[in-house]
Design a protein around this ligand. Structure first.
Ligand code: GLU
Length: 421
């Protein structure tokens, strides 16, 4: 039976790289009908914190990466590590140095069988000694990790390439503890667009920031699954069930995976588009400020759901309707409001709209098309300036829909302000 684990240390924010490791483990467990274990590596008491623990738990929940059974906490398992260290002392493989326990790494070549990189052979002769238990009696990472992976019957250790340099030491510990090493799968590091490991500048931010930016969890899962893995046939947009069905370690690349936020945005837009209207409103509600008429909000949602790439973008579109002051983009004003007789045309459009009793999409369109005909103008001559005048931007949903949702009062008021200026 496949048993994998995600073993974060709650010593900092949960970054994209760790989440991708968690995801690959979870996908593998679900694809193989195995178990996904959550193990909190909190032996470093000074650096571990509850805030980070909470962030790990809530992020995994947000993404839907559910774990089997209760999480394990290494801080509660010291007895086990100490007794295993004692066993190694009794076997003559380790010795005490004050309160610390030190393991003498056999000077031999060890083979790591890695499912992604193939066989890796490392000479352990240069390692010398390895601390198992530190002088404060807490276990060192390599030791606690191996003891737990044995005790938890982990079948596959899936983790980042940066751990390859630990694996040869860990293999020596398996041998010392008379246990068979699990299968290893070291997954490629995630690189920034500058081809360097993710940095603060590129993507190395906590997963919660992506939530705040308005990315959907299913889009994050979809995007992160493609960082180092692909199902083939250029397939990219997938829901989680499809990813589980297709996921295999065989198709994980050896080379680094490049993080590209534009692609994440694109995928997020696709996932947003896939939501039904109720689902969209539910997802976007936490991002919306103030109270809105439910029917009106539904209409705005209907109009913009297919046009936004993040939930924050939707809030920005909503702000265009609700805010008192229009934020005018300079380039849009330059391009569309400073031409010839634009203000004269807008004045006539305003007068026409003042006459409309029932300010509906249809009535607005009839009135404005009639005006265009009378003036002998093309649609674009009015629509572009009108859009900039009422929204401040040169792109929006259909102008007649926008005007109707804005309402007569606001439309007229915004036009008056533009004409005055
Ligand atoms: N706590 C380690 C880390 O966060 C776990 C590494 C492992 O998976 O063995 O890097």
């Amino acid at each position: 039976m496949v048993r994998v684990r995600f073993a974060p240390s709650p010593t900092g924010s949960l970054h994209i790289g760790s989440v991708r490791t968690a995801l690959f483990n979870w996908l593998y467990a679900r694809a193989q009908s195995g178990k996904f274990i959550l193990r909190i590596e909190d032996t470093d008491k000074k650096r571990s914190s509850d805030v980070h623990l909470e962030e790990i738990i809530s992020s995994l929940k947000w993404l839907g990466l559910d774990w089997d059974g209760e999480p394990y906490f290494q801080s509660k398992r010291s007895e086990l590590y100490l007794s295993c260290a004692d066993k190694l002392i009794q076997k003559g493989l380790a010795h005490k140095d004050g309160e610390a326990v030190i393991f003498k790494v056999p000077a031999e070549r060890v083979k790591i069988y890695d499912l992604i990189h193939g066989e890796i052979e490392v000479d352990n002769a240069l390692i010398g000694e390895l601390v198992l238990i530190k002088s404060d009696r807490s276990p060192a990472y390599n030791f606690a990790c191996v003891v737990d992976d044995i005790e938890m019957k982990i079948s596959h250790v899936i983790r980042g390439d940066d751990h390859i340099s630990n694996t040869n030491k860990q293999v020596a510990l398996y041998t010392a503890l008379d246990a068979k090493p699990p299968k290893f799968a070291h997954i490629p590091l995630i690189l920034g667009p500058d081809k360097a490991p993710l940095s603060k500048r590129f993507g190395a931010v906590s997963i919660s920031e992506y939530k705040e930016k308005g990315y959907l969890p299913q889009a994050m899962v979809n995007y992160l699954s493609l960082l180092g893995w692909s199902p083939g046939n250029d397939r990219e947009f997938m829901d989680t069930q499809e990813i589980i069905k297709k996921f295999s370690l065989k198709r994980v690349n050896k080379r680094g995976a490049e993080f590209n936020e534009d692609k994440l945005r694109w995928l997020n837009g696709e996932h947003i588009r896939k939501l039904d209207l109720d689902g969209f409103i539910k997802a976007v509600t936490p991002f919306i400020k103030g109270d809105h008429d439910a029917g009106w909000l539904r209409k705005v949602a209907e109009l913009y759901r297919g046009r936004v790439k993040t939930l924050v973008e939707f809030r920005e579109e909503l702000d265009v309707f609700t805010s008192e002051d229009v934020h005018y983009r300079e380039d849009a004003v330059e391009k569309f409001l400073k031409k010839g007789n634009v203000l004269g045309i807008l004045r006539l459009a305003k007068e026409r709209m003042e006459k409309i009793k029932d300010f509906t999409v249809e009535n607005i369109e009839i009135e404005l098309r009639d005006l265009l005909k009378e003036l002998g103008l093309k649609g674009a001559d009015l629509i572009h300036p009108l859009r900039v005048a009422v929204t401040g931007k040169s792109v929006s949903a259909g102008i007649f829909e926008v005007l109707a949702l804005l309402g007569k009062e606001k439309t007229i008021k915004r036009l008056e302000q533009v004409i005055k200026k």
